[in-house]
Design a protein around this ligand. Structure first.
Ligand SMILES: Cc1cc2nc3c(=O)[nH]c(=O)nc-3n(C[C@H](O)[C@H](O)[C@H](O)COP(=O)(O)OP(=O)(O)OC[C@H]3O[C@@H](n4cnc5c(N)ncnc54)[C@H](O)[C@@H]3O)c2cc1C
Length: 437
């Protein structure tokens, strides 16, 4: 990073301010009606962060901790964030409500001087360096985008806006989780539950298998004549296979069936049917249809996704977008160049990535070289109401690609499963506290 680059950043920062002043009628990404400036940028350098979830909160916090001279504005559509991790417990009736999964932003903002904007980001204008929100526009020097996922529902025939109201995905925690829980609780004993999961990559590789264990646990206890079918679009179990298959065959053998290679391509909500390639139908009383995924809508709209139109390619060291300058993408939305198994789309990964992204944004803004990414991911998955298993991996960058030199999974005899259950609960409490204070 040279002085020239620093001056260039200043210059572009100034230019964006000028562009903003006269932007109302310019640029296809900015709608004239919403172009009022929300929070005029003063002389301080500014980072705008889009999305206050697992990645965005941590990126915002660490930038302020690393360089308090940088102004940070965090834009989030909701006043509260509900964690997907552990939402399967709520769905399966093992938590009364989602209060322990819910965080607010007040303390985070006050403790670190982060400026919160509660608004929907509707467009990003990389040329003018500003984001357009439902409250007005915001100029930035650098932008970090962590919008999570949205669904490729267009790939399923018959799927429309009403489908998730009948076949909930519950793959974003909140009302969808409550709907699925309520459907399970009102189902008659003797009913059939179907979980349909998509091809990789999707948010949280072990998540659907954990959900199958916890729902099977619920059925075994409360509706023992019922059964659960897990339709996996992948040909085989993609995460912690020996552990999940053992849990299914030892704990749930009477009410659970796993079927690999079954990609749902068509739905009929009236008939409560999901169809595989038009040749095989499955009928269920409760259908949890988790569609295929891609980066959150705003990343797609802003042209941050690659040729696949699904995920956002980024540099593995700095998380800078390869599509647009001065924009970084972290969390589920990314497509990281990988040599070997990719970093899973998890809250733990998003947290790890956010810290390195924050460090490198600060370095780049201060004319320093980026530091090489080295991250961790640990995913705990419940196999019953009191036992969990885990997979832990470390990641580092080699020749511009993410590589995982070491991975470990829990012992196959479940000898540590009770202890790991406690570790998992502790992990959740710690990470949500880190995100909200
Ligand atoms: C059932 C389930 C269980 C899981 N269990 C685990 C687990 O045990 N461990 C683990 O590590 N991970 C787990 N995950 C995965 C984890 O939830 C995600 O990987 C993580 O949330 C990704 O972080 P993110 O920052 O990319 O997205 P998110 O955390 O989803 O944050 C995105 C934020 O951006 C906001 N946003 C999006 N678009 C806009 C916009 N246009 N304007 C304003 N705001 C916007 C959203 O409202 C949201 O708050 C689980 C997921 C599921 C579904």
């Amino acid at each position: 990073m040279t002085l020239d680059r620093r001056n260039f950043i200043k210059l572009v920062g100034g230019a964006s301010g000028l562009a903003l002043a006269g932007c109302a009628s310019q640029g296809p990404a900015v709608s004239a009606g919403s172009a009022a400036e929300l929070m005029p940028k003063g002389t301080a350098r500014r980072v705008v962060v889009v999305g206050g979830g697992y990645g965005g909160t941590i990126a915002a916090k660490y930038i302020r901790m690393l360089d308090p001279s940088i102004e940070v504005v965090l834009v989030e559509r909701n006043k509260e964030f509900i964690s997907c991790p552990f939402s399967n417990f709520y769905i399966a009736g093992l938590m009364n409500d989602m209060s322990s999964l819910t965080i607010r932003y007040d303390k985070l903002a006050a403790n670190h001087g982060i400026k919160m904007v509660y608004a929907e980001v509707t467009a990003i204008d990389p040329a003018a360096k500003k984001v357009v929100t439902t409250q007005g526009t915001l100029a930035y020097d650098r932008l970090i985008v962590s919008p999570g996922i949205d669904f490729r529902t267009e790939e399923i025939e018959g799927y429309d806006a009403k489908t998730p109201e009948i076949f909930p995905h519950a793959w974003k925690a909140g009302p969808q989780s409550t709907l699925l829980r309520n459907q399970l609780q009102s189902m008659k004993d003797g009913g059939t539950v179907i979980i349909s999961m998509p091809l990789t990559p999707y948010r949280c590789p072990p998540g659907p298998y954990e959900r199958s264990c916890l729902i099977a646990h619920y059925l075994k206890k409360h509706k023992p004549k019922s059964k659960l079918i897990l339709l996996d679009a992948n040909p085989d179990v993609v995460s912690k296979k020996p552990l999940f298959t053992k849990a299914w065959s030892t704990y749930y053998k009477d009410n659970f069936q796993y079927i690999g290679g079954k990609k749902v391509t068509k739905v009929d909500v009236g008939a409560k049917l999901v169809s595989i390639e038009g040749i095989e139908d499955f009928k269920g009383d409760v259908i949890n249809l988790i569609p295929a995924q891609r980066a959150g809508d705003i990343a797609v709209k802003a042209g941050l996704v690659g040729d696949d139109k699904k995920w956002c390619p980024v540099d593995a060291v700095s998380f800078q977008s390869t599509k647009h300058k001065d924009i970084h993408v972290i969390g589920d939305a990314t497509a990281l160049p990988s040599d070997g198994p990719p970093m899973p789309k998890s809250g733990y990964s998003a947290n790890s990535q956010a810290k390195f992204c924050a460090q490198n944004v600060v370095n780049l803004m201060n004319g320093k070289e980026p530091v090489e990414f080295s991250g961790i991911n640990v995913c705990y998955s419940a196999i019953s109401d009191h036992e969990s298993v885990s997979i832990a991996s470390v990641f580092k960058v080699e020749n511009g690609k993410i590589k995982s030199p070491a991975t470990a999974i829990s012992p196959a005899d479940f000898s540590q499963a009770k202890m790991e259950h406690a570790y998992g609960e502790s992990w959740l409490r710690n990470i949500l506290t880190e995100m909200s204070t």
